[in-house]
Design a protein around this ligand. Structure first.
Ligand code: G3H
Length: 195
């Protein structure tokens, strides 16, 4: 068995303000998570000969992985967060008030709803295909540091969850999900103690 570790980036300045999208840096708590994650990965992978660290191209994931040393890092555009198009940078409350039809349409069908000039969950699932192929092809452990919507889709694939559940899967911050490749009943999740 070969571990795949999935985690969201540490809390960002926009997470704190409830804004979606953008390319923010980490909050103080997020910085703390970046340190704790590197301790966790170092311990968890200490007996592995090699491993790789995959992030998106957005700085909150790159910053979250930056204390992890000794393993090659790869940035994937396909791991970037769902593109919220015209809603990028807004809070859900602002979308509800300024674009009520968009808000309602998304609520009614979050899987298929596509943000104007942005993406739907189905779009995200489709663009993750090369990432999944590469994850399955790797021979050593991979740590994937990405985003809520993207990780819901990856997790659903490996945990065999139905498509319609993908947008609603719980994917909290500061939590590591471990998947054992090549084993049945493979999913284990570890919350990092932030204190
Ligand atoms: O910025 C995007 C969020 O991480 C995705 O969350 O699909 O539940 O709105 P949501």
């Amino acid at each position: 068995p070969r571990p795949i570790l999935l985690t969201r980036h540490g809390e960002s300045a926009d997470n704190v303000r409830g804004r979606i999208g953008g390319d923010p840096v980490l909050s103080e708590r997020g910085e703390k998570y970046a340190s704790k994650l590197s301790d966790f990965v170092e311990k968890r992978l200490k007996n592995e000969r090699t491993a790789s660290i995959w992030t998106s191209t957005l700085q909150r994931t790159v910053l979250t992985g930056r204390h992890i040393v000794g393993f090659p890092k790869v940035q994937w555009r396909a791991l970037d967060e769902i593109n919220a198009g015209v809603c990028d940078g807004m809070t859900y409350e602002e979308i509800k008030i300024e674009m009520p039809e968009e808000y309602t349409a998304r609520k009614l069908d979050k899987l298929r709803y596509r943000y104007p000039r942005g993406e739907s969950y189905l779009d995200v699932i489709q663009r993750l295909e090369p990432v999944i192929i590469e994850l399955e092809r790797q021979r050593s452990p991979v740590v994937v540091i990405a985003h809520q919507a993207v990780l819901r889709a990856l997790y659903a694939y490996f945990a065999d969850k139905p498509l319609k559940e993908v947008p609603h899967i719980e994917m909290p911050l500061h939590t590591i999900i471990e998947i054992q490749m090549g084993v049945t009943a493979p999913v284990k999740s570890t919350s990092i103690d932030m204190n």
